[in-house]
Design a protein around this ligand. Structure first.
Ligand code: MN
Length: 735
């Protein structure tokens, strides 16, 4: 469908100025002397550089940066630097303006934030490991200046609000990213209002039917619900003011996404979801009375309505890691219906809505800033040079999603851990050495194993032993990224030490057998025992798995080859092989210096297909085996048996097919598998041998074995698969 666009430039100019003035009004509370001028300068620069650009909707592009700046100011509560950065957030990427221009005009800090914003834009591109690497970069900027992420969230929010004009496949991609990453990030940063809106908007595009259904249902009962809320609130309001508390009491609907989550989680229809709204009591209390006033309000509510004793949540005494403070209770309403009541002060409410930025504002008054601790943890994770980017993404995502539990040390200090953390996690949280030597724990004075899953409020004392050391299976016991990385590096260190011992033992053994200790012999011995490296060999020796008698065996086999020595060149030559393989010539592969047609087999370790760079390897009993030059075994074969390597080259052909594997990563949505198999079987007419698929939290990970003609064919297939909606990476793998 095409719509005619009529542009009235004069009217647009007026509208742009109107929006700009609205932005200034929104930022008024934070403006200091000279700030207005900075914002104007940024606005002029953005206006000029985007002047010929329009959004998909046909609107002038400048509407977007203005809106992002407005969200940053109004909904996140950010100040002038952030407003300037938001106005300019797309200029470096999309226009001729450079970072140097920005730095010259607005200074280093602004340039740095915009640099961060520009870098993030590729986070969800190409293959999965690159994506993880980009994500890691994005978090580096977070640890550096959290405003980068906050502006990015404002940008994302505005794009989500104005996505109707995007093509469907883009809507799906953007909505998936949002639900996968941005909404949890907003949650972790304490931006509850933005998190809910991002979730609802994602759902609107990802699950349009369900979204419309719930929205309609909510609307149908709106009047009835409002009446119920009014009646429920009235007596609370009355007594609250009688007791001299200043409070605003109101009902607030829950988000469509959270209602849907509840329906899925409890497997119930819409009609059975009881908490479609929550009651909020927002107190206007001076800082020193906050806690007492919250409990006063709690007492009033529970005098009127009977509370559910299992549903009291006190985040006033122990705020959540993202800074959230509130007192939650669920009480029985007049019609036998459970109603959630949230009690907090205006300060706490602002933190709940604006998250981090509000934290800054109240920083002096909050004595224990959970968010700072969290950012500190992100820093620790990033500082671990051994962490693999994909592992890191996994760990980090888990930490984003999980709820926290609070654990006490024997002396009563409070430690925050993710839900599901074990005694061993706690030990590593206290200190690396405590973790490494942990043999058990006392939880609430009772002895438990290291794998014990901690409960909120547990008091934990760790028991250590100097004889203890980290074990491989500990990795399955812990959930925190910190414990995992510490265990991994300790295991690595342990291996290195064992190898060291093994090396000394082997040196002695070889000496007694009169074998020279050199790289060549070590390689030969490793190869004989089918070990991947000499380090593995040392370890096997240290563990007693390879003994003197085994090495003697090796010696015997070596001698056999030695004594056959003079024969070797003839036996292991192209001509000798050719002689044995009469009548089995094949014309797809040309082998040897003069490119003859000789029979061969394809190595199972790397599954070469026509088009790959290959070489032939003359085996003792199986003729010529063809390997890819980038085969994991190639380096070893070439360096140890150079004389058995022969040239090999593919002859062009189309009739034969070769089995190869593809790994496909993506963001799962309905029909992804269908679309993938459609490309493979219909568009490419390629035969599939097997397909295995793993989906986890919306991430799709599939392995497909297919028959292709050659690399050209394979590359074209990979290209077409990359174009399938939702697919983020396709790589070839070896069986
Ligand atoms: Mn943007």
């Amino acid at each position: 469908m095409k719509t005619e666009l009529v542009i009235d430039l004069e009217a647009e100019k007026k509208e742009i100025l109107k929006r700009y003035r609205a932005l200034l009004r929104a930022s008024k509370s934070t403006l200091q002397k000279g700030d207005k001028k900075e914002i104007r300068k940024a606005f002029d620069m953005a206006l000029e550089s985007h002047k010929d650009m329009r959004r998909k909707s046909g609107e002038p592009y400048i509407y977007h940066p203005i809106a992002v700046a407005q969200i940053a100011a109004e909904e996140i509560g950010l100040g002038t630097t952030s407003i300037v950065c938001a106005l300019l957030h797309d200029v470096v990427e999309d226009t001729d303006i450079t970072l140097e221009d920005i730095e010259r005009e607005f200074g280093k800090k602004t340039a740095k934030i915009i640099d961060g914003l520009t870098k993030i834009s590729g986070v969800f591109d190409t293959n999965s490991s690159l994506q993880a690497e980009n994500f890691r970069k994005m978090l580096l900027t977070l640890a550096d200046d959290v405003r980068v992420i906050l502006i990015k969230l404002a940008d994302r929010l505005h794009n989500m609000r104005t996505m109707d004009f995007m093509p469907r496949h883009k809507q799906l991609k953007i909505a998936s990213e949002t639900i996968y990453l941005y909404a949890p990030l907003a949650h972790r940063l304490g931006l509850y209002a933005i998190k809910s809106e991002l979730e609802d908007l994602s759902m609107k595009y990802l699950e349009p039917e369900t979204y419309k259904f719930i929205a309609k249902k909510l609307n149908e009962k709106k009047a009835e619900r409002n009446l119920f809320i009014k009646k429920f609130v009235e007596p609370i309001d009355e007594i609250v003011s009688e007791q001299g508390l200043l409070a605003n009491v109101y009902g607030r609907p829950k988000s469509i996404h959270s209602i849907w989550n509840k329906m899925k989680k409890k497997n119930i229809p819409f009609e059975e979801v009881y908490d479609l709204f929550a009651i909020r009591i927002i107190l206007d209390s001076p800082y020193e009375n906050e806690k007492a006033d919250c409990w006063k309000a709690y007492s009033i509510v529970t005098d009127l309505y009977r509370p559910n004793p299992d549903r009291l949540r006190d985040w006033v005494s122990s705020p959540k890691g993202n800074g959230y403070e509130s007192l939650h209770t669920t009480v029985m309403g007049p019609r036998g219906q459970w109603v959630e009541v949230q009690i907090r002060t205006q300060r706490m409410n602002e933190i709940a809505e604006k998250g981090f930025a509000a934290h800054w504002k109240y920083k002096e008054s909050s004595n224990d800033n959970g968010l700072d601790q969290w950012i500190q943890k992100v820093r620790e994770m990033l500082n671990n040079p051994e962490a693999n980017a994909l592992d890191f993404l996994d760990d980090f995502k888990m930490n984003l999603f999980s709820d926290e539990i609070f654990i006490f040390t024997p002396k009563g200090a409070l430690i925050q851990l993710p839900l599901g953390a074990t005694a061993l996690d706690f030990a590593f949280e206290i200190h690396t050495d405590v973790g490494a030597t942990c043999i058990g724990a006392k939880v609430n004075h009772k002895l438990v194993p290291i794998s014990y899953k901690l409960q909120n409020g547990d008091q934990v004392e760790i028991i250590t032993s100097s004889k203890q050391a980290p074990k491989e299976d500990w990795l399955n016991v812990v959930v925190t990224a910190k414990a995992k990385s510490k265990i991994k590096s300790s295991l690595k260190e342990e291996k290195r030490k064992i190898a060291e011992t093994g090396k000394e033992i082997l040196e002695r053994k070889l000496k007694s057998l009169k074998i020279t200790y050199n790289t060549d012999n070590l390689n030969k011995i490793s190869y004989f025992f089918k070990l991947s490296s000499t380090q593995e060999l040392f370890i096997q020796v240290a563990l007693g798995k390879i003994e003197l008698k085994d090495i003697k065996e090796y010696l015997v086999s070596e001698k056999e080859i030695e004594t056959r020595g003079p024969e070797r060149p003839e036996n292991l030559s192209v001509d000798a092989i050719k002689g044995k393989m009469k009548g089995t010539e094949s014309d797809i592969l040309l082998i040897g210096e003069d490119m003859q047609k000789i029979d061969y087999t394809l190595a199972a370790c790397c599954n070469p297909i026509p088009g790959d760079d290959v070489f032939g390897f003359i085996t003792v009993s199986e003729g010529i085996k063809i390997h890819r030059t980038n085969c994991p075994n190639a380096a070893q074969l070439m360096s140890n048996y150079g004389y058995r390597i022969v040239k090999a080259k593919w002859n062009k052909q189309k009739e034969l097919t070769f089995l190869t594997g593809l790994r496909i990563m993506g963001i799962d949505d309905v029909g992804l598998i269908n679309n993938i198999t459609k490309v493979i079987s219909n568009d490419f007419k390629v035969n599939m041998r097997s397909i295995t698929v793993d989906t986890n939290e919306g991430i799709f990970d599939g392995s497909i074995m297919i028959f292709v003609n050659d690399t050209e064919h394979l590359e074209q297939l990979i290209k077409n698969l990359m174009e399938v909606r939702g697919v983020t990476g396709v790589t070839r793998f070896d069986a």
